[in-house]
Every structure is written in structure tokens, then in C-alpha cells.
Ligand binder design. Structure first.
Ligand SMILES: Cc1cc2nc3c(=O)[nH]c(=O)nc-3n(C[C@H](O)[C@H](O)[C@H](O)COP(=O)(O)O)c2cc1C
Length: 220
């Protein structure tokens, strides 16, 4: 599976099999997380075999079942654009996981923060977590807002790479499927901005990663 196939195949999965993640895959995931931390300055952690973070009533209402592995996105509170950077690197890990045959779900609300076993150092905070494991199903495609609400360019005049990026951006996960982002072209370069609202900056990072991975073009 290549990255575009991973973007197409990824859907939120909230119910998992009991099957543990194989040690080779754990090693690969930890390698990717290490790279992401070195590049970004974040303190992302993979936590395995720990069911308590997802046993609260909230997680129950969120329909989560048998979540025993998760990735905690942790970073310095004062870091500029912390949410967006977590979105960007978290999505890189999510798509790598998808290519390994694993399933994921971004979770900012419906987990038990107090039970989260992430190490959070002084001056650090948890931005959100991502559940990970072998899904009971592969999930299903989300409904999308009309493209015209997200991009007002004349699509017939846009290069192929831009259309690929736009398509991948529309397939990106966003909190409550809000898709509050706008994509345009500025001086030949893609520009993605977010509207106001809770978690829109995490979404922005996720959407930028998807766009860049599919189009091969860095976003402004
Ligand atoms: C930043 C962020 C936070 C999210 N928080 C939650 C959450 O607390 N509970 C939940 O069940 N899903 C959560 N989701 C998953 C979204 O509901 C899901 O990504 C969206 O509905 C699109 O569906 P898809 O991921 O299957 O494409 C979150 C997604 C993102 C990007």
C-alpha cells in the first residue's frame, strides 16, 4: 500500500480486535515516532497494553471498544503552533500505521485524560491521543462538505497535483468531521487555512499532511 492508498483506506475505527500489535510493527512505529519527535520537538509516545485510558463512560459513549493501545501527542505548552504540529506529525504516524495494516482513530474528547499513561513532563501537555490496533472493521468513508465550500478555485484550470492534494485533504479526518479548512493557490503554491473553532488547528495540521503527501507540494 502506498501513501495515496493509505489516505483512501483510512477511516476512523473505534472497535478493535484483542490481537496485540506484532513486535516488529511496534519497533517500526517507535522508529517513526522517534523521527517525528526529532524533527518536531514533540514528545509523542506509543502506549501499549493499557486499557484504562479508554474505559471511561465517555469512551463508552464514544463507542470505543477494546482500545488497549494508543499514541499520545504530547508537547511543550508554549510551543508555537503546538496543535497544528501535533496534527501534522500525528497524521504522518496514522498513515504509516495504515500502511502496516493497522487501524486508528484520532481522539481529543472521548478518552479518560486522567488515566492516560503518557509521560507529561513539566511544561508539557497532552494535545490528544490516537487509538491504534487491528480494527474489527476498516471503518467507512465520511460524508464531505461540497468541494466548493473548501476551494473556490476554478478546478478545471488547476494542475493535476493540486487536485490530488485537494482530494486527499477532503479525505482527512477532522474533529466531528467539521472540515473547517480552505484551500487555495497563491503564486503557484498551495495555501491551506483554517476557520475558527475548537480543534481546527489540529485539523489544519492533519489536512496539510494529507495534501502534501498526495500532491508532493509543500503547503504555505
Ligand atoms: C482532532 C480530532 C479529534 C477527534 N476527537 C474524537 C473524539 O473525541 N471521539 C471520537 O469518537 N472521534 C474523534 N475524532 C474522529 C472524527 O470524528 C473523525 O475523524 C471524523 O468523523 C471523520 O471520519 P473519518 O476519520 O472516518 O474519516 C476526532 C478527529 C480529529 C481529527
Amino acid at each position: 500500500m502506498d501513501i495515496k492508498e493509505a489516505i483512501n483506506a483510512r477511516h476512523s475505527v473505534r472497535q478493535y480486535q484483542k490481537r496485540p500489535i506484532e513486535p516488529e510493527l511496534v519497533e517500526m512505529l517507535n522508529g517513526i515516532i522517534e523521527e517525528c519527535n526529532a524533527e518536531s520537538g514533540l514528545h509523542i509516545q506509543l502506549i501499549l497494553d493499557e486499557p484504562k485510558c479508554f474505559t471511561s463512560l465517555l469512551a463508552h459513549y464514544g463507542n470505543f471498544e477494546r482500545v488497549t493501545n494508543y499514541i499520545a501527542l504530547v508537547g511543550k505548552t508554549g510551543m508555537e503552533n503546538l496543535d497544528e504540529i501535533c496534527g501534522y506529525y500525528g497524521e504522518r504516524i496514522v498513515l504509516e500505521a495504515q500502511m502496516m495494516g493497522l487501524n486508528t482513530c484520532w481522539v481529543a474528547g472521548t478518552y479518560n485524560k486522567r488515566n492516560c499513561k503518557a509521560q507529561v513532563g513539566p511544561g508539557e501537555q497532552i494535545v490528544c491521543v490516537i487509538s491504534i490496533g487491528y480494527g474489527e472493521t476498516q471503518g467507512k468513508e465520511h460524508n464531505s462538505r461540497p468541494v466548493s465550500k473548501i476551494c473556490s478555485e476554478n478546478l478545471e484550470e488547476m494542475p493535476e497535483w493540486f487536485l490530488d492534494g485537494l482530494d486527499a485533504a477532503m479525505k482527512a479526518p477532522t474533529a466531528i468531521n467539521q472540515q473547517k479548512f480552505i484551500i487555495s493557490m497563491e503564486d503557484g503554491e498551495p495555501l491551506i487555512t483554517s476557520r475558527r473553532g475548537p480543534m481546527t488547528k489540529i485539523d489544519l495540521g492533519i489536512v496539510k499532511y494529507n495534501f502534501e503527501a498526495a500532491s508532493g507540494h509543500k503547503c504555505k
